[in-house]
Design a protein around this ligand. Sequence first.
Ligand SMILES: [Zn+2]
Length: 399
Amino acid sequence: MTRRVYAGGTIVDPVLGRTEADVLVEGDRILEVGSGLDGDEVVDCSGKFLTPGLFDCHVHLAYTHINLWRHIHTPLSYNFYLAIGNMMRTLECGITSVRDASGADLGMKEAVDDGLVPGPRMQISLAMMSQTGGHGDGWNPSGIPVRLATQYPGRPSGLADGPEEVRKKVRELVRAGADVIKVATSGGVLSPRDEPTHAHYRPEELEILVAEAEAAGIWVMAHAQAAEGIKNAVRAGIRSIEHGIYLDDEAIELMLEHGTYLVPTLVAPTGVEKAVEAGAQISEAALRKAGEVIEIHRESFSKAVAAGVNIAMGTDSAVTPHGDNLEELELMVDGGQTPQQAFASATIEAARLMGVNDDLGSLEPGKLADLVVVGSDPLEFSTLKSGIEQVWKAGKRLV
Ligand SMILES: [Zn+2]
């Protein structure tokens, strides 16, 4: 097996810290980190920085934008070709691992794993489970169902009501390849007929949902914006709160007690406004709600940071353009995280959230060789994207 040494650079790593060291890679794994290492091949990193591959724990790789009008005029399969570009733009951010929060299916994941198309490795959720009238219900006042997620055999509907339907839906999603179950425990922004402040699903439904996921050995992620929806999710044992817009003190206490992660997606609400300014057609209700949640979202995030809640980076990309993912890091720092903390949220903490920290999230020997070569200081987030020169995933160069 070829041994490749990344020589002469400065490592910026959430576990190893900032240090001048070489990284020796054999095959798809990191063999050694130290000085004066030898290899068959050398990647000259002098004057440059090396970081582990980054994570985005909330993306929608199969969606490209939120313009519903454009969406209904796009052939279904055209979206898969668009997804190839979405995945490449994600890799160009140094992001080599993602959790897809609905949209990507098993075919996309396997195509990437088999090397048919370059993309980040992914944990997929397929569809968002939602109650009738919830965030995942594509019902509109006209009676014309329009949703970003067209359903087909590999991407079933996520609608289910009552414990028994919920139980069956989890099994159906697991059968179709879900690595994680996504559920909406509150209303949301982009759906026209619900409110972010309302809790969705009752505790007995969430209890069965989590039990079925656990039986399949997988975790649950909750789109949760309302305080009550967040608390119901945490009490039910859901692993991560996505967005977490209306976090009150009790919700934060519960998250600390349960070790629940927050995946804030701070860029998403402003992304909705920007998309509309750029001509995207969405419902007026969705635009109103985006405006209403921006400030409180940022306040909630700051409270969670101050309290020490586990935080993993996620963006909701597709709501914002794929490739803009790293803007989230700047907002996380604005919200009170140190650059080191935000960087950890996009590496080792994200790996912990996804249960892959034995293999990913840092440059420790034995882990998969996901490396990013950066020409500028990686903790200067405003220049991180433009500074990225090379992206390697499991020992293969993709960017
Ligand atoms: Zn999302």
